[in-house]
Design a protein around this ligand. Structure first.
Ligand SMILES: [Cu+2]
Length: 167
């Protein structure tokens, strides 16, 4: 009887050890990095005209995880960063603030690009320069915060941001 008891206890102790080991392995696998499920690429800011109070930022956001949402953004050199869409209003293209952010469907790449969704960088603390890097902190509902470096580029050849398309 005591032998059986001892074996049972040994088995239990072994099971406990294994369980703890597994638990530790799981924790180790999960701990190192917050899941970077949203990958940003092609991040750039169109060089605005001198004295412009705003600049537009564009980026490709690939979401390799579950449904997510870009809910906000900020940048050290700007008083505020908003998420905008371009919408036709009658025959005129206008910008619109996306107060609830921008949906990033699972497995898809969502493009912020000229003529469409964009980041509106407002209240610049100093003028932007061609080639400059601007670090923007993106706030994602699920994936958390992510810093992305945007390069300032002179976007010649395309309609100026915010210009009316009606005439
Ligand atoms: Cu805008």
């Amino acid at each position: 009887m005591s032998r059986v008891m001892t074996r049972t206890m040994q088995a239990a102790a072994l099971a406990l050890l294994l369980w703890q080991g597994v638990g530790r392995a799981d924790a180790a696998a999960a701990a190192p990095q917050p899941r970077a499920t949203v990958i940003a690429s092609e991040a750039w800011i169109r060089l605005p005209p001198p004295a412009a109070g705003v600049a537009a930022g564009y980026v490709e956001l690939h979401n390799g995880g579950g449904d997510d949402r870009l809910v906000g953004a900020s940048a050290a050199g700007f008083g505020q960063v908003q998420i905008h869409a371009m919408r036709m209003q009658g025959e005129v293209m206008r910008m619109q603030v996306l107060a609830d952010g921008l949906a990033l469907p699972a497995g898809r790449t969502t493009s912020l690009q000229p003529g469409g969704y964009h980041l509106m960088l407002m209240l610049p603390k100093r003028p932007l320069q061609d080639g400059q890097h601007v670090r923007v902190r993106l706030q994602l509902a699920r994936a958390g915060e992510q810093n992305v470096d945007f390069v300032v580029r002179d976007g010649m050849g395309q309609a100026a941001h915010g210009a009316g398309a009606g005439r």
